[in-house]
Design a protein around this ligand. Structure first.
Ligand SMILES: *Cc1c(COP(=O)(O)O)cnc(C)c1O
Length: 496
């Protein structure tokens, strides 16, 4: 097997092993790690039709994580994709009308972040052992709601690690907040910031690049790492379910061998859809990657005009995990579209940091032509949730709704009849109120748990344990801070 090493999209580091890239999270120059080439699948897709999710995960991840032994990788996979998931299939592909919905929310925090974050802590501790890293790993994470809980659940009580999560105080759903502030584990900390998600993400990136602070951490016996989707250890596990989904389609005869499909992905930080692009480069017959945004439609504008411009109003929507104006992982696509020109990429990212915008060339745009941008308004989102429920009896969450609405509009506009996989990123129970209101109209005077009970009646799907147990869970985290004080807060928590 070919050895894959990793390099920074901004040119400051190269020849980094997979395990080192996972430990570091982000490159020292602020860039993101990229594999020196994207490997191709080394067994035919037809063979994948016979494989379980775990087996598929091994076949895909071994091609990227080439400094992990077979035993190490299989051990990580076994521990991650087990009964924490409420379905043996891990990522079931459900037929809804003429389309397929890939349900990625069966893990223990009921959002798709579990797909990667149930394995990342295992990869990271294996990587630490491999590199004889003796410092305590501090996972620093900014969250728009789902990453935080999934990372907390993944890292809670994992020896040799601490985790600190920053979330926008008024920018997450009630259930999301409850999930985080009730997190158990002596190594966990949760902080509400007085700002939005982009403030949180920018603040975290700043702490990572503060050399002075890095020294203080080092002296205190700590090293920082990231559980955000900029970590290659999150991106790679996400490639798996695109391979798996295609194999499921083959297995049930829904597509012929080699037949192309579209994937429709509700997008925020651009990690999920980028994993789909990696799958395509590896040989999965994906035609278009339809990038679905909510009212924060920076990516839609980017794919339609070639201008990335974050200078606009930040809109709070009912799909909060997609309320993002700086999609970090786009940097990886930019890098690929320049033909791996790190200096060019670094230049554009500097422009973004200084002016909030950049423009890509025609040639770069032609390298991105597999991506189609679309967006759905709040009204369109609610309409499609109601429509699909009324017509098919299927209940989807508002993030998945954005994708479904974008797909519907795309079909109406183009008449395209290609088979599509709509990626479903959260359980409707994570956003019960918005979902139930979309279906039944305004709700007054009901708490989250009464609403969940009502949604159970409507959807005929039992309330997941992840929601049920919140009703009686003890609140453990009440810390808040201003955006400017994030670094200070980290120091306080670690006692340095
Ligand atoms: C994180 C998240 C997204 C966005 O995924 P990206 O990889 O950031 O594009 C969409 N939906 C849900 C429910 C999420 O948690």
């Amino acid at each position: 097997m070919k050895t894959i090493t990793y390099q920074s999209t901004r040119g400051g580091e190269s020849g980094v092993t997979a395990s080192q890239a996972i430990l570091k999270g982000i490159a020292g120059d602020g860039g993101l790690f990229m594999p020196d080439s994207i490997p191709t699948l080394d067994i035919p897709l037809e063979s994948f039709a016979e494989l379980s999710y775990q087996e598929t995960a091994y076949e895909v991840m071994k091609l990227y994580l080439t400094d992990f032994t077979e035993e190490e990788l299989k051990e990580c996979i076994r521990g991650a994709y087990d009964s924490k998931f409420d379905t043996e299939e891990i990522a079931p592909l459900v037929k809804v009308g003429g389309d397929y919905v890939l349900e990625l929310f069966h893990g223990n925090t009921i959002a798709f972040k579990d797909m990667a974050l149930s394995i990342l802590p295992r990869l990271m501790t294996a990587a630490a052992a491999k590199n004889r890293a003796d410092k305590e790993i501090v996972i620093l994470t900014a969250t728009s709601g789902d990453t935080g809980k999934a990372a907390l659940a993944g890292f809670a009580d994992v020896a040799g690690t601490r985790i600190i999560v920053f979330y926008p105080r008024d920018g997450v759903s009630r259930i999301q907040k409850l999930q985080m502030v009730t997190q158990k584990g002596d190594n966990t900390a949760v902080v509400a910031i007085h700002g939005n998600f982009d403030d949180a993400q920018t603040g975290v990136k700043k702490i990572f690049s503060d050399k002075e602070f890095g020294k203080r951490l080092d002296e205190g016996g700590f090293r920082l790492s990231s559980a955000n989707s900029i970590n290659i250890g999150r991106l790679i596990p996400q490639v798996v379910y695109y391979v798996y989904a295609y194999a499921r389609l083959l297995a049930r005869g829904a597509v012929k061998s080699g037949e192309k499909i579209h994937v429709v992905v509700p997008t925020g930080n651009f990690g999920n859809i980028l994993a789909g692009y990696f799958a395509k480069q590896m040989g999965v017959p994906i035609d278009k990657l339809i990038c679905a945004s909510n009212d924060n439609k920076v990516l839609y504008d980017f794919f339609t005009t070639g201008v990335y411009d974050k200078n606009r109003e930040f809109v709070l929507t009912m799909s909060p995990s997609m309320d993002i104006l700086v999609s970090s992982n786009l940097e990886r696509l930019i890098y690929l579209s320049t033909g791996s020109d790190a200096a060019r990429t670094a230049g554009l990212m500097k422009e973004l940091a200084q002016t909030g915008r950049y423009t890509v060339t025609k040639k770069m745009r032609s390298c991105m032509k597999d991506f189609i941008g679309g967006y759905a308004t709040e009204q369109q989102d609610a309409d499609i949730i109601r429509h699909i429920y009324k017509k098919r009896g299927y209940v989807m969450d508002p993030h998945t709704g954005v994708a479904a609405a974008v797909w519907k509009e795309y079909c109406e506009k183009t008449g395209d009849e290609t088979t599509a996989v709509i990626v479903s990123t959260a359980s409707p129970y994570k956003f019960s109120k918005d979902v139930l209101e979309a279906i039944q109209g305004p709700i007054e005077d009901k708490n989250e748990f009464e609403i969940a009970a009502e949604l159970e009646r409507v959807s005929q799907i039992p309330v997941p344990a992840a929601v049920r147990e919140l009703e009686t869970a003890q609140i453990r985290h009440t810390r808040e801070c201003d955006v400017e004080d994030m670094e200070k807060t980290v120091a306080e928590i670690l006692g340095i």
